[in-house]
Design a protein around this ligand. Sequence first.
Ligand SMILES: C[S@@+](CC[C@H](N)C(=O)[O-])C[C@H]1O[C@@H](n2cnc3c(N)ncnc32)[C@H](O)[C@@H]1O
Length: 339
Amino acid sequence: MKNPPCNVARASAGSLKRCLRSSDNLHSGNEIGLSRRVEEILVNSGTVSLLTRMIANVCFSALLFFCFVPTTAAQELSKLPYVPTPQIVVDEMLKLAGVTAKDFVIDLGSGDGRMIITAARKFNAGGLGVDIDAKLVALSNKQAKTDGVADRAKFVEQDMFKADIGNATVVTLYVLPDFMERLRPKLWTELKPGSRVVAHDYYMSGWHADKRLDLTVPEKVTANGTDKAYLYLWIVPSKVAGGWRMDFDVDGNAQQKIVLAINQQYQVINASAENALGPMRLEKPLLRGNEISFDLTVGNTAYQFTGKISDGKMAGSAVSPTSAKPVAWRASKVPGEPK
Ligand SMILES: C[S@@+](CC[C@H](N)C(=O)[O-])C[C@H]1O[C@@H](n2cnc3c(N)ncnc32)[C@H](O)[C@@H]1O
């Protein structure tokens, strides 16, 4: 028998818990009505409907209140309610992150394990779910076994803020905005450049998403009070802020010594350059993961530079309309600057 539909505003604590924990669509991959819209590059998070976001926030916060009344204040602060991501949204999140068999996915606050189990089942990825609720962790490990993916989908009971996420290539999140803010420094410092972070409904202020996907998911109305789902993707960039000394070997003569100065706000960079003759024209600096590109005029020639960053070094090639072949360049961090 199916549970009656939940109305968050009217539900008692008991019925609310029941309906939140009901899992009609658990790992079923059911195809329900869904429409999607993708917004590429530098999302202005303010464009999301304020009303919808407020409703979702109120519902999610109401769940927090109802679900954890008997806990201590310290526990309250470190816990989130368990609200599952609909399976169709799970699928879209993993697609948005471009998950493949080469990935290791970590879900911080993994609930019933559906994100990691789906990553293992549908994309052959390895993964780890971290949740503070021992019962959900046990349920997830059991489900992974049932689904035949226990070799690569594992779950541990741990506070997400203490989890080691350094080996993740993808991190998935469905947590409240204050958790997003508190996780931001951890994601920024612990994840390797090129790793992807995908979040359901909530974003990090100050670190603009690289991509946003808007979905209409009727299934969400019951638990969330809205049929809207907003997915956000961030690609963790290399840390490039500071000064760089560049060698640019025009004609193989290493004749150009150029100093680059880069300002960085996550993946958004501004850069300037100068050589012995003074400031140079540098335009369109772009950083994506560990890849950098910019246009730089050397002498009278405008070059398009592309390169990769690794361990405090950059290297790549530059092309211009007049150069017969790409010209190699490399740069290293000015000594004393953090890598
Ligand atoms: C909104 S649910 C998301 C579940 C799952 N990621 C999904 O999308 O279906 C949040 C989960 O975070 C867990 N949680 C709350 N506080 C936590 C913490 N400090 N560390 C780890 N997990 C936590 C809860 O037990 C709950 O399962």
